[in-house]
Ligand binder design. Sequence first.
Ligand SMILES: Cc1cc2nc3c(=O)[nH]c(=O)nc-3n(C[C@H](O)[C@H](O)[C@H](O)COP(=O)(O)O)c2cc1C
Length: 414
Amino acid sequence: MKRVDDFRLRLGSQELVPIMVGGMGVDISTADLALATARLGGVGHISDAMLPTVSDRRYNTKYVKNKLQQYKFNVANTDKSVVQFDLGLIAEATATHVGRTMEAKRGSGLVFINCMEKLTMNSPRDTLRVRLRTAMDHGIDGITLAAGLHLGSFALIEDHPRFHDVKLGIIVSSLRALQLFLKKSARTGRLPDYVVIEGPLAGGHLGFGMDWAQYDLATIVAEIRDWMREQQLDIPLIPAGGIFTGTDAVAFLEAGAAAVQVATRFTVTRECGLPDDVKQHYFKASESEIEVNQISPTGYPMRMLKSSPAIGSGIRPNCEAYGYLLDSHGNCQYIDAYNREVAAHPDAKKIKVRDKTCLCTHMRNFDCWTCGHYTYRLKDTSRRDDNGDYRILSAEHVFRDYQFSTDNKVALPD
Ligand SMILES: Cc1cc2nc3c(=O)[nH]c(=O)nc-3n(C[C@H](O)[C@H](O)[C@H](O)COP(=O)(O)O)c2cc1C
């Protein structure tokens, strides 16, 4: 019986354990998690979501406070178009996070950055260009362009000296999305180095509609694999979403996948950025406590625990401090939903907004508990202490379990 360790992921001249730990914003996939993964020979991800905020928390900068100060005059204004990011400061925050992470990297694995292209930041092209290029300047091994994929992303970096050296990957959930991207980026003469195929059981935003349950990862992977063969394209395919054991991973590797991308099992590790009490919510969740809803202002369905404080919260939009989801006209679906509720309840001290959430604030505060479908199985991956809490795992424990387990077994901590 094969184990994940019997396979290797080849990316250019690199040979890696075929386990990629997926990006989890905002700083849920921390530098520590990515570095542990790289040390063990796999591919870890940091996330580029809201890096000024992450930098404030980790490196004692004051980006959020200063931005709020600058735009304070606009807080009560419903028009957020004046709230712009300073590109120099985005570059600075990205440089700090990526630079420090790459300096600390040890071992034979790689550290990539997950780039959330749906963070349109009131100026989608310019802000994305700066984020991508700065990560490349500061030595990132690879960039995974995540959902919300801009078909023109490669063109934003094609004149960068590292364009052909940095590993570039995309996340798609259908053959059609892959075909569109390849068509659009063909002009740059550069194919992606890998394609993550994310199925409907993943955490975070989903590349499906609310009919997500009708899709199946293995079927999508087979469809893409067969089309690639037909086109004589040889790009490593990396399935993601609901791959919970080493045995699940081996099934994909035997079917032709080059590696797997996993995330949910790592949400309950010490290295994961979620606070420990939130990790306990993940451990204790039952299947009925997990839902796919439409409260993300991005318009994409998102999977989360029903007990997430973000659900139903009616806080004032925080765009002057954050504003990562503002489109190029300064709009965000949460602002509309919030204003509608305020108008409907003019005398209320506190309002509730049920259909959308202020994702920036709640992701920043770890109050939006996004998770994969199999989160309810996390309780089977650890031991319970006398106080009823589950023991937090190490990233190394989970990684090695994927790497070496057989027979659908999950190793418990000592
Ligand atoms: C807590 C959490 C946050 C996530 N955030 C992101 C993200 O910011 N960007 C992204 O591309 N994918 C995100 N994902 C998806 C993962 O990177 C990964 O592809 C997927 O969850 C793998 O499936 P699994 O969780 O069942 O192992 C997130 C997943 C989780 C569990």
